[in-house]
Each structure stands twice: as C-alpha cells, then as structure tokens.
Design a protein around this ligand. Structure first.
Ligand SMILES: Cc1ncc(COP(=O)(O)O)c(C=O)c1O
Length: 407
C-alpha cells in the first residue's frame, strides 16, 4: 500500500479510472480497427474558422488583452447570449443569467453532484448510462436506482426509503444516449417529469448528442416540456447540460448548464471554487465560431456520421450471427449490442484484439450495478465506411467463434 493511502478520504475509493480511457491506451496497435473511442471525427473540425477566431481574439488592441485575462465565473456574456438564443430555438426560453459556462458538460455534471448529493442520496439513471456521469456522481457517494420501463415514483421512493435515502435527481440522456443510442419518446419525457414532480427531485438532462440527429423529427428537450408545464424556467425542475464538444470541438472544453437562476447561482459558486472560470480565450473563440459556423458544422457532422451509422447497421445485418441484437439509433455516435447468450464482453474484447485486431467497449461499465456482461458499445464516429465494414466483419467472426458449442 502506498504510504499516503491512509490519508485519502473515503470517497476517493469510488473514484476509479474510466475503463474506457484505460482501454484507449491499449489501442495503438498497427492496423487495429477501433469502434471503442466515441470521440468526434477530427476531420470535421473547422481548423480555419478556429485559426481566424484565435487570431482575431489576440489581434484586437483591447480585446486581445482581455481574452488573455481572468474573466467572470458565469462565462463570457456574448457566448451566454448566443446559447440563450440557441436554447430558445429548442423551446427553452431563458436569459443569459440562466446559463453557466462550464469546462465541458462533464464539469456541469460534477457541479450538479456537488450541489445536490449527500452521501447515500439516490440518483436515478437509465441502465446502461453514461459512464462519465457515474464517475462524476460517484465522488459524492450516492446510491443508484434505475428508471426501468415500469418504474413509478412510488417504487423509486420506497426503494430509496428502504436505504434511508432520498431521491435527489434523475439523470437522463434523452437523445441518442451514450452508450445505448436510445432516444426517449415524448411520452417517456413527460413521464420522467411526472415522476420528478411526484418525488420533488430534479431532472438532469444531458443533451450531449442532441444536435446529431440523422433521421426523424427533433423532440422537445425535457427542459422545454418542463417550462411549458410550469410557465417559466424559474419554476422548472430541470437542469439542462449542453456542450459544443460534439458539434464544434471537444478540445476547447466549452459546455453549459441552463436552469433556474437560484440553482445557477449555486452552481456558479461551485465553479468559482473549482477553477474561477472557463478559459477566456476559448470562450471568445467558441463564440465567434458558433456565430459564423454552427449550423454548417452540424450539417456536415450529420452527413458524415449518418453515412457511417448506415454502413455499420448494414454490415451488422450482413455479418451478425443469430442471437445477436443491436440498436438502430436515430442519431449520436453509438450502436449498442447485446451478444448471444453465454458470451462475455470483456473476454470477447481480449480475443477480438488478439485474433482480429478489432476493438470495442465492453458494456458492463455502463451499468451502475455492473450487470450487462453480455453487452458492448460500438462507435461509428472515427473509422471510414470501408473500415467499418471490414471491422464489423472481423468482430462478427470472433463472436461466431466464441459461441458456446451446442451438444
Ligand atoms: C452523454 C455524455 N455527456 C457528457 C459528455 C461530456 O462531454 P463534454 O464534457 O466534452 O461536454 C459526454 C462525452 O462523451 C457524453 O457522452
């Protein structure tokens, strides 16, 4: 044991390395086809727009200096204005003061956990759910319940009470979720609001992939439905976490939380304590690129990812053995696979990398209760269409050869 181990706070035992990040370190083998990453395709980054934006931010006599200076914890006002207008197009009417800029939406999730969760409080999530949210919340030592198809407020309340706990928040990724690719239909969004209302808890709506829709109609965010019910964002029980990571660039680390002002004020205090404010120049540059390029960039991303999703789904149709099922996402970056009975995702990964030089993320890490051993997540964001076809064929070869032999 390390000599400092006894100094660590108890909660640090729940801060474990993201299995995905650990896994990514192993994936630099030559010729490896990886469906593991789930990061945006860098070919989509608008290098020229960002170069110009940074040059302009640094070049102006007065503006240049302020973009290298400390700035406010709430975030760069023109960017918050842009986001408030963007939120209005989705039916969430709000002011810049309803927006806090965070260092990616990941930081928003951490602050929400910090603000709401005492040890033992209950967080309700989907299962599977975004691993990064579990990691962010885990530091605040909650317990988890899952919002299954027939979950009711009563069941959730009772389950929490049995553990001497109270439900504080429901965490949902309503559009093209990571990892499942699933989208909540309108009735499920309304039902989540009913349940939150009955429990008196918040909904944390993680909208990381909302812009990346390839078919079908946009659905209103839960935040918009909530506002419609209650008449104003100030009465809303929803905190909406948005990000530029999947549309313009993840590297600048610019996300936001949108919600009622009293909660936003508290979150701003958490921001102040954590890092004072997000990078000034990155916010200035993001604002300029969003203003000039957001719609075009989203359109380009949709075209690129739609083609890759279609190729992945068609390849699965062609190569998958009986007993393997997968989701058909309307957007986002992920297809979620349930393997034929008896195949373990982790063991399959070892064989897939060794025998066929193809990788994915085993699904278990995405379940708060560590179930889901026979699941895996495939991302179609990085490989080109031909490589996707080849990779799925290789993966299905390993799955086929892993099928338990029937006697
Ligand atoms: C569902 C979901 N939420 C939030 C994030 C965090 O994104 P960022 O912090 O880059 O905004 C991710 C990143 O992959 C994600 O998949």
């Amino acid at each position: 044991m390390s000599p400092t181990a006894s100094l660590l706070a108890q909660r640090s035992s729940r801060m474990t390395a993201s299995e995905i990040r650990e896994l990514l370190k192993l994936l630099d083998r030559p010729g490896l086809i990886s469906f593991a990453g789930g990061i945006p395709n860098p070919a989509l980054f608008d290098m020229e727009a960002f170069q110009q934006a940074y040059a302009r931010a640094l070049g102006q006599a007065k503006g240049g200096r302020s973009s290298l200076q400390y700035s406010t914890s709430e975030g760069y006002l023109p960017l918050r204005q842009w986001i408030a207008e963007h939120m209005a197009t989705k039916g969430v009417r709000c002011e810049p003061d309803n927006i806090l800029i965070t260092c990616g939406s990941q930081q928003g999730l951490d602050f929400v956990g910090k603000l709401l969760l005492d040890p033992g409080d209950t967080v309700v999530t989907a299962a599977p759910t975004y691993l990064g949210a579990l990691q962010a919340f885990n530091a605040y030592e909650p317990r988890y319940d899952t919002l299954s198809g027939n979950g009711t407020a009563n069941l959730l309340r009772t389950s929490a009470e049995v553990h001497g706990s109270r439900v504080k928040l429901i965490y949902l990724v309503p559009d093209f979720a990571n990892p499942s690719g699933a989208t909540l239909d309108l009735a499920s969004r309304e039902r989540a609001l009913d349940i939150a209302g009955e429990l008196g808890c918040l909904i944390v709506e993680d909208a990381a992939y909302t812009a990346l829709r390839y078919d079908g109609e946009d659905l209103p965010p839960i935040a918009a439905l909530d506002q419609k019910r209650r008449g104003s964002i100030e009465k809303s029980l929803t905190l909406y976490c948005g990000t530029f990571s999947k549309t313009l660039s993840p590297g600048l680390r610019v996300g936001w939380v949108c919600g009622p002002k009293p909660l936003l004020y508290r979150l701003t205090l958490a921001k102040q304590a954590a890092d004072l404010h997000s990078s000034t120049i990155n916010q200035v540059a993001m604002h300029e690129v969003a203003l000039a390029r957001f719609d075009d960039q989203v359109a380009a991303a949709r075209t690129c990812y739609r083609e890759r999703r279609d190729v992945m789904l068609a390849s699965l149709e062609r190569h998958a053995p009986d007993g393997m099922v997968w989701t058909r996402p309307e957007g986002g970056l992920f297809v979620w696979v349930t393997l034929p009975e008896g195949i373990d995702g982790r063991r399959l990964l070892e064989r897939a990398v060794d025998e066929q030089n193809v990788a994915f993320v085993p699904g278990q890490a995405f379940f708060p209760d560590r179930s889901g051993a026979n699941t895996l997540r495939l991302s179609f964001s990085l490989p080109d269409p031909q490589t996707i076809e080849e990779g799925i064929a290789r993966l299905c070869t390993v799955i086929r050869s892993s099928l338990p032999t029937r006697r």
